[in-house]
Design a protein. Structure first.
Ligand code: GDP
Ligand code: MG
Length: 151
């Protein structure tokens, strides 16, 4: 089963969106296999976003991500990487469709509430940055036979 890495960014935590955002992913049918509230250090943020090092927004992005607690989680499900990216919406909330998290809850690209890994490879890399192997739980939910035709 595919896994992705998701972060509710500091603005999402400050704006009381943790529960609403997690509910969207639960309602869709994804399984939470790891989750924690944490303060991201600059070192961790720079590793997470190393692909953006040198871009004009890099320093402000690191300031943003380290500005307060975040919620990080690992979600599992069929095509979850692409599915979460669709649910998050376009990077710039001005272009994010209504019904997406960024479309519904954000206005500014530098305060866009949520992160989701952009590929299976990125997800694996980001999961290993934020979680230890033993923090990823293996369990089944009784609802899964009502979510998947084939188990
Ligand atoms: P994502 O994968 O949709 O989150 O987008 P990117 O990987 O392109 O960028 C990572 C994060 O950097 C975005 O979610 C924004 O928080 C931030 N970011 C990207 N582009 C800009 C920009 O042009 N200006 C500012 N201030 N932040 C940006
Ligand atoms: Mg990205």
């Amino acid at each position: 089963m595919e896994r992705t890495f998701v972060m509710i960014k500091p603005d999402g935590v400050q704006r009381n969106l943790i529960g609403k955002i997690i509910s969207r992913f639960e309602d869709k049918g994804y399984r939470i296999v790891a989750m924690k509230l944490m303060q991201v250090t600059r070192d961790l943020a720079e590793r997470h976003y190393e692909e953006h090092r040198g871009k004009p927004f890099f320093e402000s992005l690191i300031d943003y991500i380290t500005s307060g607690p975040v919620v990080v989680m690992v979600l599992e499900g069929k095509d979850v990487v692409a599915g979460v990216r669709k649910m998050n919406g376009a990077t710039n909330p001005a272009e994010a469709a209504p019904g997406t998290i960024r479309g519904d809850y954000a206005l500014d690209i530098g305060r866009n509430v949520i992160h989701g890994a952009d590929s299976v490879e990125s997800a694996q890399r980001e999961i290993s940055i934020y979680f230890k192997e033993e923090e990823l739980l293996n369990y089944e939910k009784v609802t899964e036979k009502w979510i998947y035709e084939y188990e």
